[in-house]
Design a protein around this ligand. Structure first.
Ligand SMILES: [Zn+2]
Length: 366
């Protein structure tokens, strides 16, 4: 990289850092700081070989791993061991929100799977949900950020679905706004979740579902999420690129996609960022949004993902602003609060200009 290029890159980074952001797809389970993991491990004697940060890193981050969906998912198994106490659950939730606030995320929907926090110590799902709610309240007081929570159910754990849906519905006035279906889409169907998800929706929760995420996940899973689960948004949905019909369905029904570019590479959902379907979806009129998925597993921030979208995927700066507003319009908020968020962001975003449109979209594939 020449001096000019690196100055340009630094300039772009600081602009992206300052942009007001919206994050709709971030897992608390994939947002644990390495330093916190090491500290909790040391304090509570977590059963791992070494507590040194650099030894921990490859266990919980995609470092030299070959891109692979199952390798990516396997990182979450070890991470469940770190919820050792009420304090550690609250600290992890609080820090996940603090990290977003430091990246100038103005509105965050943080998803968490109470089974992950409860499993190791045998806490009750209801207790951990209340701890996450309390930590969220505290973080919103301390930082300039608005946060809503999504309760996530794992496809491989249908036995917990009813309890999770019920606890989410019971806390729908305490900041829990939606249910998410996530996890191993390669091996587990959504069928067992249809009734409970429809019930939760009838009780007033919104629905999002990971569908069409991995390479072996057919685009038809996206139709299933929309038509059977009545999903309001789709997590990833990148396999829609393989089907004109599914792309048309998303566009015609105005279903937002929660796109997470780096995660898609690490799970081998797509082969190369230069071939990421984000741009095609955008041009097709599908409301796309940009998110991190699991920032600590991928070692990224939302600013990094915006940079990837601009420099590698090839969207322009004004398209990026539209995508941020797409995310605000897709927020699981009451209509008046959503409109206020959109208006606030519109107002701030129009002050941001970038002198050269799409500074270095050298890889843009038309
Ligand atoms: Zn996800």
């Amino acid at each position: 990289m020449s001096n000019n290029d690196s100055r340009h890159q630094n300039n772009l980074r600081s602009i992206l850092q300052a942009l007001p952001k919206v994050e709709l797809h971030r897992h608390m389970e994939g947002s644990l700081r390495l330093a916190t993991l090491a500290e909790i491990a040391r304090e509570h004697g977590v059963d791992i070989d070494s507590y040194a940060i650099e030894d921990l890193r490859p266990l919980v981050q995609m470092v030299d791993d070959e891109p692979n969906f199952q390798t990516f998912l396997a990182k979450f198994t070890l991470l469940r061991k770190f919820y050792t106490s009420k304090e550690s659950v609250m600290r992890i939730a609080y820090e996940a929100i603090a990290d977003c606030a430091h990246d100038n995320v103005q509105y965050l929907e943080l998803r968490f799977n109470p089974v992950a926090q409860a499993a190791h110590q045998g806490f009750s799902f209801e207790d951990v949900a209340d701890w996450v709610i309390a930590a969220t309240r505290q973080a919103q007081n301390d930082f300039d950020i608005q946060v809503r929570l999504i309760v996530q159910m794992g496809r491989h754990e249908p036995e917990y679905a009813r309890r999770l849906a019920e606890l989410a519905v019971a806390r729908r006035h305490d900041g829990i706004v939606a249910l998410d279906l996530a996890g191993d889409e390669e091996h587990y169907s959504a069928q067992k979740f249809v009734d409970i998800i429809r019930w939760a929706k009838a009780q007033g929760l919104h629905i999002t579902a990971h569908a069409g995420e991995c390479k072996k996940c057919p685009p038809e899973n996206i139709r299933e999420a929309v038509e059977l689960l009545h999903a309001d948004r789709i997590g990833h949905g990148v396999q829609a690129i393989r089907s004109e019909t599914i792309m048309a369905l998303l566009r015609d029904r105005n279903i937002p996609l929660e796109i997470c570019p780096t995660s898609n590479i690490q799970t081998a959902a797509i082969d190369r960022l230069t071939r990421h379907p984000l741009l095609t979806f955008f041009r097709h009129g599908i409301p796309v949004t940009i998110n991190t998925d699991d920032p600590s597993i991928s070692n990224i921030t939302l600013s990094d993902e915006y940079l990837v979208a601009l420099r590698v995927i090839g969207i322009s700066f004004s398209e990026l602003k539209t995508i941020i507003l797409n995310a605000a319009r897709a927020a699981f908020l009451p209509a008046d609060e959503r409109a206020a968020l959109v208006a606030k962001l519109e107002n701030v975003l129009k002050k941001f200009t970038y002198p050269q449109e799409t500074p270095n979209a050298i890889h843009r594939k038309d």
